[in-house]
Write a protein that binds this ligand. Structure first.
Ligand code: FEO
Length: 397
């Protein structure tokens, strides 16, 4: 169902309440998501983005109830990933000559996805499209988060159509930031940033500064996923600046995988040691095999210190820990101290392997963590506790 954002702009997207996995299995979406598409009616009519492929039929059917498709003068595709361009093939069957405004990379990627030679109009930062009382200005957002990404600013309504930026995987029929639960909203927004945008943080900062320097009035940020920011929309822009700047809270997170709980006991003893030094620090423990990986990544993103533990298995580490370490290598967290720990039965390589992976992820590893043979006894627990104390002490220096 379409609804109006302003007299000129309507939302014509799809709320996907059922979505639980996104990007294959890379991203958990426990609160669903939405694919936000917008219809602008001025002297000219413009469609911004579409929806994910499985909803193409429904999207085109609903759009026809809203407007005669032949009245659409321009389509803007801000990002060619299939969750936004997926309905294009069906739509273009109905209106094959309609120009598609996108970046040069966007045209290449759309051709790569759909193998169609549609009427592409390539735009770059600063290019404009007058549609009557309003002018649309395009702002490329290369690598935020694909090479083709861009945003569109509509002057008459002071709306920034931000595509993936500032979005959240959060299904809500309430649709606006002032109407939804603020804790849920920010939890989904930070999870989205931590898991998707962290590698591009330097670009996020530069792009936001570039847009802020334009001193554009801003009534609304119309994202392509989740709720639309209309109440104090710059709040999420300021949050992004904070998150992009080697973000950390007063939190230390321990992530471990454990066969028979020896490594778990080590984690708990290390946590006790940390708390004994600083009772104000939030200490969180996660069993990597039992916790959603994207939720763990979000907690690591918040942390100033992170500790990884694993039993040794087959001269290596357990796979849930290995998967997470690979994720943090790719995400490129900044400004975090790290260490490894683990139990073993005979060969005992896990601590060394984890340390190498932490260094590979460019984290600061200052001290080799405890390796405990079999199950920690009283002395082993004390060793872990003292290690936790030394780890926490680093933040006091
Ligand atoms: Fe929401 Fe990058 O697609």
């Amino acid at each position: 169902m379409a609804f109006k954002l302003t007299d000129k702009v309507s939302w014509v997207g799809k709320i996907d309440w059922e979505l639980r996995r996104f990007h294959g299995d890379e991203y958990s979406t426990f609160k669903g998501s939405s694919y936000n598409s917008y219809l602008i009616r001025d002297e000219k009519t413009v469609l911004i983005d579409t929806v994910w492929t499985p909803f193409a039929d429904e999207f085109v059917r609903n759009l026809k109830e809203e407007i005669d498709l032949k009245e659409i003068d321009y389509i803007i595709i801000q990002h060619s990933e299939v969750d936004h361009s997926g309905a294009l093939p069906l739509l273009m069957k109905e209106i094959p000559d309609t120009p598609i405004y996108c970046t040069a990379n966007g045209a290449k990627t759309l051709k790569g996805h759909y193998h169609e030679d549609w009427n592409f109009v390539e735009v770059k930062t600063g290019d404009t499209l007058n549609i009557g009382e309003s002018t649309l200005t395009f702002v490329e957002a290369r690598m935020l988060h694909w090479p083709d990404s861009m945003m569109t600013y509509m002057d008459s309504e002071a709306i920034l159509f931000s595509n993936d930026a500032f979005g959240q995987h959060y299904a809500s029929e309430l649709m606006f930031n002032d109407l939804v639960d603020q804790c849920e909203l920010y939890e989904e927004a930070i999870k989205y940033y931590a898991n998707i945008l962290t590698p591009f943080s330097a670009l996020v900062t530069n792009k936001i500064k570039e847009v802020l320097a334009m001193e554009l009035p801003l009534n609304m940020i119309a994202t392509s996923h989740g709720i639309i920011w209309r109440d104090n929309p710059s709040q999420i822009v300021l949050k992004y600046l904070e998150w992009a700047d080697a973000y950390q809270e007063n939190q230390i997170t321990l992530v471990y995988d454990t066969m028979w709980n020896a490594t778990k006991r080590m984690a708990e003893a290390i946590a006790d040691g940390i708390k004994s030094v600083d009772n104000s620090v939030k200490v969180k423990l996660y069993n990597a095999a039992k916790t959603d990986k994207n939720d763990i990544i979000t907690e690591l993103f918040r942390s100033k210190g992170i500790l990884f533990g694993s039993s040794t298995v087959n001269k290596g580490i357990m796979n849930a820990t290995g998967g997470l370490l690979e994720m943090i290598r790719g995400l490129g967290f900044k400004n975090k101290k790290a260490a490894a720990f683990g139990s073993y039965g005979w060969s005992g390589e896990s601590v060394k392997i984890i340390e190498e992976k932490l260094k590979d992820a460019k984290l600061e590893v200052l001290e080799s963590g405890p390796r405990i043979l079999w199950n920690p006894d009283e002395e082993g627990i004390k060793e872990c506790y003292e290690f936790g104390r030394r780890f926490a002490q680093q933040f006091k220096e």
